[in-house]
Design a protein. Structure first.
Length: 517
């Protein structure tokens, strides 16, 4: 009988080698089976219940640096290990509460009123033609020659780079929380922590009226889309949100609010008018945003969905969508026609303080306490780009929207020929020159196609680092940095003729910026 040696043991694949491989394979298969069963475990999603479950099974309720998501993963792992130790036939640890948990996670609906149903129909009827016109316009823009697009971009960005500080004005006794230009660009509304809304004549910066109707800080102001254009000054022209939880609706002819919308249980931050002007949305620290009927002053909808305070809301230009952002670092895009969530904007690591819809209808910009601006595409349901925008909180974002009402094409006075006054060619040349100069002052030499294409081509951001920044909206590059006289810039806005930028600051001032020439 031959002697057994180390070499024969190593070479014997039917003994040590096969046994080792079998054991290793068994460990791997057991681990895969454990993970498979772990995915089917019913585990609470609420962090408080996760902690309680960990306490029940004798595990630490939290570890150093552990987040809520990590804590839930640890609970799943521990429960799966317990099940594996009990054997394959063991019942799930959470079987007793599985039914309750499934009920908690099940989507639920709150019955809506007939007024809300009618509002949804009206919003659909309003938004569909606008969306159709926008898409048709975008198709025409896509056929523009590349050379014309390049020339338009250069012309627009050259004007943006010329912005400089025109002046600063003390606006109130406390910080200016928000500034907004009126649709005709002749009035600037400021909302202050003193609880006052003030109207200023711009660019002269002389006070026109003080609206005192809030008992706490005003954090949001919004103009009716037709205010100062065709809207009757005796009806609702302006909305404001206050710290006491009310939304006030104002006219242009009275110092008292036309209506006070009550319902929020905590501070109202931002307010926004629907493009139709028939509805107002308000964001509140009671973790909800609400939709109000302007004509009846009734609450149409109370929308939950955020785990913390809701800070800002903004409508899409078509009127079909609204986006809300909160201190939970999440933004949600809602379809007003159905009430469903269209997209969840999850990527910021700090509270969201500002949201802006691009005029193109499918891009959203969000600014947060993580000092960044994120750009999102609703069509692809993903983030496009992240801009390290400011050194501190991004407090406000506003896209430029070119209003066709302020486009004045170059034209020659034809009445001169009709009246027989065109005998002197020098007189005609002088008139043409004056008309062209007047048009250039307003439109900066843009054609009507270029004027429309200019809309949404750049946007402004305000930060707590004391700066206002202007960015291109196609390649997200910084175009201009404007300084203020304050440590925190609370708000920013761009006039619809592109001729002014305004900012409101923590030190009670607001600033105006215009192109240097």
């Amino acid at each position: 009988m031959p002697d057994l040696t180390l070499d024969t043991l190593i070479d014997d694949g039917d003994y040590l080698g096969s046994e080792r491989a079998r054991l290793e394979n068994k460990v791997i298969l057991d681990e895969l089976e454990r993970k498979k069963k772990a995915r089917s475990l019913a585990v609470p999603t609420d962090d408080t219940r996760v902690r309680a479950r960990l306490r029940e099974i004798g595990e630490p309720i939290t570890l150093f640096g552990e987040r809520a998501a990590d804590r839930r993963d640890r609970l799943i792992y521990v429960l799966s290990q317990i099940n594996a130790a009990r054997g394959e036939d063991a019942l799930p640890i959470e079987s007793e509460s599985s039914e309750e948990e499934s009920e908690d996670e099940e989507e639920f609906y709150t019955p809506g009123s007939l007024e809300l149903l009618e509002a949804r129909r009206r919003i659909a009827e309003f938004s569909l033609p606008r969306a159709q016109n926008r898409v048709a316009r975008q198709r025409l823009d896509s056929r523009m020659e590349l050379g014309k697009i390049v020339d338009t971009r250069k012309k627009v960005f050259n004007e943006v780079k010329k912005f400089s500080n025109l002046g600063s004005q003390i606006g109130d006794e406390r910080p200016i929380a928000q500034v907004r230009f009126s649709p005709n660009n002749e009035i600037l509304a400021t909302g202050s922590w003193s609880g006052t809304v003030k109207l200023w004549n711009v660019p002269a910066c002389t006070e026109m009226r003080s609206l005192r109707g809030h008992s706490d800080k005003v954090s949001g102001v919004a103009w009716h889309p037709q205010s100062t254009l065709s809207q009757n000054p005796d009806v609702v022209n302006l909305a404001s949100g206050g710290g006491e939880g009310n939304v006030n609706l104002w006219s242009m002819s009275s110092d008292q609010p036309l209506s006070v919308l009550k319902g929020h249980q905590d501070r109202v931050c931002r307010v926004a008018f629907h493009p139709s002007g028939d509805y107002v949305a308000s964001a509140s620290f009671d973790t909800t945003w609400r939709l109000w009927d302007v004509n009846t002053s009734k609450e149409l909808m109370l929308q939950e969905g955020h785990s913390k305070e809701v800070f800002t809301v903004e409508f899409q230009d078509d009127g079909a969508l609204i986006v809300s952002g909160g201190l939970d670092a999440i933004a949600r895009v809602w379809d007003l026609r159905t009430g469903r969530t269209a997209m969840i904007l999850d990527g910021h690591v700090q509270a969201i303080y500002s949201i802006a819809f691009s005029p193109n209808g499918y891009q959203v910009a969000t600014g947060a306490g993580d000092d960044t601006i994120r750009l999102w595409d609703i069509r692809s349901l993903k983030a496009l780009y992240t801009i390290p925008a400011h050194l501190s909180n991004v407090s406000d974002i506003r896209f430029f929207r070119a209003n066709d009402l302020f486009f004045k094409p170059v034209k020659v006075d034809e009445d001169i020929d009709m009246n027989g006054m065109d005998e002197d060619p020098n007189q005609r040349d002088s008139t043409e020159s004056e008309n062209k100069e007047e048009a250039d002052i307003t439109t900066k030499g843009f054609t009507q196609d270029e004027w429309r294409y200019r809309s949404g081509l750049f946007f402004a951001s305000a930060g707590y680092d004391g700066l206002v920044k202007l960015w291109s909206a196609d390649d997200w590059q910084l175009l201009r940095t404007l300084t203020t006289d304050a440590g925190k810039v609370m708000s920013v806005d761009i006039s619809s003729d592109g001729g002014m930028v305004a900012s409101g600051t923590y030190n009670r001032n607001f600033q105006l910026y215009t192109p240097e020439d």
